[in-house]
Design a protein around this ligand. Structure first.
Ligand code: SF4
Length: 463
């Protein structure tokens, strides 16, 4: 197994552990309900369906013309003096980024939030080569200090209460034990400021890549991404190939949807439009900008029935509404991408063998599809993926049961025989044992002593 593969094969073990953690469930419930309330309020003044349709159209157009748009983006990025590297796999992306760092004798990197760098497991990779890589988003910084991975796409430390965070910062960076959020943020800012001033390289993600002018768009709330991209000598942008959109004017649609869907904000505090290194006569900015575009299974989805998962703008709203995510949290998924969208992209990016159970980790209630700002039919996609997995793996016992059930239902004689046997044996210990997994959380219904047909016959005989 490579270091970048998820641990989703262990989903059944992981979720059992997490679902029993009542404190985790309380933290998740509080945070997700708050996020959803804010989301709903912020959309009250807008026509969500209209905006969503426009966003969906742009994404459909972008993904259908992915190759052309990427070439156009690359040409324009080159004109803006950026280097562009296409990485087919996480290994190739990591090797390129390491090479850039080593060529510049980099000892310290400041990094802002990026799901693709999590997909690459970039931080542990760089640390192996002696390059200190500091997460500068507050949530990510907390997670890094805890030695954990993020548990939510937009709120990496959502599973922790403020008391837990206060204790962690006290233990790890020696600050006074005080769970006031303003105090904690101020202390983290002080610790991070020194890192910004001494780092030679910055790494960020990009929320969108604009083909018509080679601009990378970075959306954030803390100003740490802006510092990670401008107060350093070398800046590396790492993102997925599906982030490209055709025109600058398309951005206005996504800007209205992204902040509202993620945190209920009309607009995030900072939106940085990055078009290349510092120009002559400019005081701030890096000397070099590199853009690493990760494929890792994405291009293979174009033209398939799963193409629309490439529309995702990683807002995290589908996690907040998902009853499964809210019960088990992000770590149970064993993937950097948790929740409904994670259950789709993990098997697609890393192969279904690495995440055979994730598409089944859904009640198919459709809440995720309802809130998705780019109109991905998430629960339909999950259902389609279940069929594919079933068809490939032909899960033995279950497939046998359904085949037998079908044959039984199609033949009245067999149906009658089966019903009689079921009535005789349904309350015996052998049946209870066979259905023990199913009856762990629910009761097997009791079958009546006589069938409708038998009652009907005997009652008619009395007339
Ligand atoms: S699938 Fe939709 S709701 Fe979920 S993170 Fe992506 S854009 Fe947001």
């Amino acid at each position: 197994m490579t270091t970048t593969e998820p641990q989703s094969r262990d989903f059944k073990k992981l979720y059992k552990k997490e679902v029993a953690n009542l404190r985790l469930r309380a933290n998740l419930k509080k945070a997700t309900i708050q996020a959803l309330d804010k989301r709903n309020d912020s959309f009250a003044e807008l026509d969500f369906d209209l905006l969503r349709n426009e966003a969906k159209k742009i994404k459909q157009e972008s993904v259908s013309h992915l190759n052309e748009l990427l070439s156009q983006f690359e040409d324009n990025a080159h004109k803006n003096n950026c280097a562009v590297f296409y990485a087919e796999s996480p290994e190739k992306a990591n090797a390129y980024i390491l090479d850039v760092a080593q060529r510049h004798a980099v000892k310290k990197i400041v990094k802002s939030k990026s799901m693709v760098t999590e997909e690459l497991r970039l931080v542990p990779f760089l640390e192996k080569f002696g390059i200190e890589t500091v997460e500068t988003d507050l949530g990510e910084y907390i997670i890094q200090l805890a030695g954990e991975t993020p548990s939510h796409i937009t709120a990496p430390a959502i599973h922790k209460s403020r008391t837990e965070i206060a204790q962690l910062l006290h233990d790890k960076i020696g600050i006074e034990l005080n769970d006031d959020p303003t105090f904690l943020t101020g202390e983290a800012r002080k610790a991070l400021r020194e890192k910004f001033l001494s780092a030679e390289m910055g790494i960020s993600g990009a929320n969108f890549l604009i083909a018509e002018n080679g601009t990378a768009v970075v959306v954030e709330n803390e100003g740490n991404a802006r510092l990670s991209t401008s107060a350093v000598k070398v800046h590396v942008i790492v993102t997925g190939i599906e982030k490209v959109i055709p025109k600058f004017s398309d951005l206005r649609i996504f800007m209205r949807l992204l902040g509202r869907s993620a945190t209920g904000q009309k607009l995030t505090s900072y939106v940085s439009l990055i078009r290349g290194p510092r120009r002559q006569n400019e005081k701030d900015g890096p000397d070099e900008v590199h853009i690493v575009l990760l494929d890792n299974g994405r291009s293979a989805l174009v033209g398939t029935e799963h193409q629309e998962v490439l529309h995702c703008i990683r807002c995290g709203a589908c996690l907040n509404v998902c009853p499964v995510y809210r019960s088990i949290g992000g770590h149970a998924y064993g993937s950097v991408y948790p929740g409904p969208i994670g259950s789709l992209v993990t098997p697609l990016f890393f192969g279904p063998k690495n995440a055979p159970d994730l598409p089944f980790a859904s009640s198919l209630c459709g809440n995720c599809t309802e809130v998705c700002p780019v109109g991905i039919g998430i629960h339909h996609q999950l259902l389609a993926m279940r069929h594919e997995i079933k068809a490939k793996t032909k899960r033995g016992v279950e497939a046998f049961i359904f085949r037998t059930f079908r044959k039984t239902m199609l033949r009245p004689q067999r149906y009658r025989l089966f019903s009689r046997l079921a009535r005789i044996f349904s309350s015996t210990p052998i049946v209870a044992k066979a259905f023990k997994g199913w009856t762990h959380y629910r009761e097997l219904p009791k079958l009546p002593a006589r069938s409708f047909r038998e009652i009907y016959k005997s009652e008619r005989g009395k007339e």
